[in-house]
Design a protein around this ligand. Structure first.
Ligand SMILES: Cc1cc2nc3c(=O)[nH]c(=O)nc-3n(C[C@H](O)[C@H](O)[C@H](O)COP(=O)(O)OP(=O)(O)OC[C@H]3O[C@@H](n4cnc5c(N)ncnc54)[C@H](O)[C@@H]3O)c2cc1C
Length: 325
């Protein structure tokens, strides 16, 4: 079947010059049927949603490609794009899974940009502030200038209140005594009570854009967040990491769970080569080569990082020289 359309845009070249068609030339659009039947990888759903904390969620609302041949996943778009750039040669080198793993291992990133996800998410403002730093996504956020913010606040349970870590200035993982945890929740109560003042000031005519500025960072916001797979993996790698704040880790894990069934081969490779892998510095390689427990630096942080890596590599307790045996 074929259809035709009239070109509406003005031509950059004068009508009739050279071999360019005139602006009124009819352009033929051919409809090509797929070789095998296509299926919707979201199974016809309007969204796939994971609830996070008390009021948050990550919902996958769309994906490209959404229609794939029966039995395939969106991983197919990566293979398809790679084969355009590398030609038929890649077919001989590896089958699809091997190709995806090769591309990820060797940071051939652009084929992973051929897959895109659109999420609808709700998160506290302090999580959104970290999330928005990932600049390669396209974002549209709820406008507190235009609309009244809903009465939704993040609050952990008493058990979820963490003590400041002694080793990591940016985080905490130890438990705190119950008294301090309860005081923390009382402090959140006070902050949440400002919501009444916020709505009262709006009723009395203060602009929404000003009334909101006294609301706490525990208030929920929401947005649409669209990102390609390559940059989504970068987001996941940074935000599922143990160094990220626990609250954003929960959102990143929800996102990973949502994309995994759609790009299973890529997520498996991502876990193998990124999340569960360790990068070694030149000094660390030298220490392994020489069987030394320590690296040649006076930088205490670098030394501590090496000791943590030794532990995760199972080298803890291995004495000097033993590695060479
Ligand atoms: C554990 C942790 C702690 C952090 N602590 C702090 C902190 O204390 N203070 C703070 O300010 N931030 C902090 N950040 C944020 C961090 O510095 C990054 O801004 C954030 O992780 C986004 O990373 P990105 O820039 O690689 O991601 P994206 O913005 O998604 O960019 C992805 C990649 O695209 C490229 N890119 C994107 N935009 C540009 C550009 N304009 N020019 C050139 N290249 C570009 C870069 O290669 C970049 O790596 C922290 C992040 C983490 C995970």
């Amino acid at each position: 079947m074929s259809t035709t359309a009239t070109e509406g845009a003005r031509s950059a070249t004068p009508a009739g010059s050279g071999s360019h068609p005139s602006p009124t030339t009819q352009i033929e659009i051919k409809r090509i049927e797929p070789e095998t039947p296509l299926v919707d990888i979201m199974a016809g759903a309007s969204r796939h949603e994971v609830r996070v904390h008390d009021h948050g969620f990550v919902a996958l609302v769309d994906v490209m490609p959404r229609l794939v041949p029966e039995g395939s996943t969106a991983d197919l778009a990566i293979v398809q794009a790679a084969r355009v750039s590398y030609g038929a040669g890649t077919k001989r080198v590896s089958e699809d899974r091997g190709l995806i793993r090769y591309l990820l291992r060797h940071r051939h990133t652009t084929p992973f940009e051929m897959v895109e996800f659109k999420f609808h998410c709700a998160m506290p403002i302090f999580v959104a502030r970290q999330w928005i730093r990932h600049r390669t996504a396209n974002v549209n956020e709820y406008s507190a200038r235009y609309s009244i913010m809903p009465d939704r606040f993040y609050r952990p349970t008493v058990d979820g209140v963490r003590a400041q870590s002694q080793t990591n200035k940016q985080g905490g993982d130890e438990l705190i005594d119950v008294g301090a945890a309860e005081d923390f929740l009382a402090y959140l109560d006070e902050a949440e009570s400002l919501y009444g003042k916020y709505t009262n000031l709006i009723e009395r005519g203060v602009t929404r854009e000003l009334s909101r500025v006294g609301l706490p960072a525990s208030l929920y916001t929401e947005w649409y967040w669209k990102c390609d797979l390559h940059n989504t993996l970068r987001f996941l790698s940074l935000r599922m990491d143990a160094h990220a704040q626990l609250e954003i880790q929960d959102y990143a894990r929800a996102m990973c769970a949502l994309i995994e069934p759609l790009v299973p081969v890529t997520v498996e490779a991502f876990r193998d080569y990124e999340m569960n892998a360790t990068r070694l510095t030149q000094l660390e390689i030298e220490a392994i080569r020489t069987g030394s427990k320590d690296i040649h630096t006076t930088n205490k942080r670098e030394q501590a990082e090496w000791q943590a890596k030794r532990k995760s590599l199972g080298l803890d307790g291995v004495g000097a020289g033993a590695l060479r045996e």
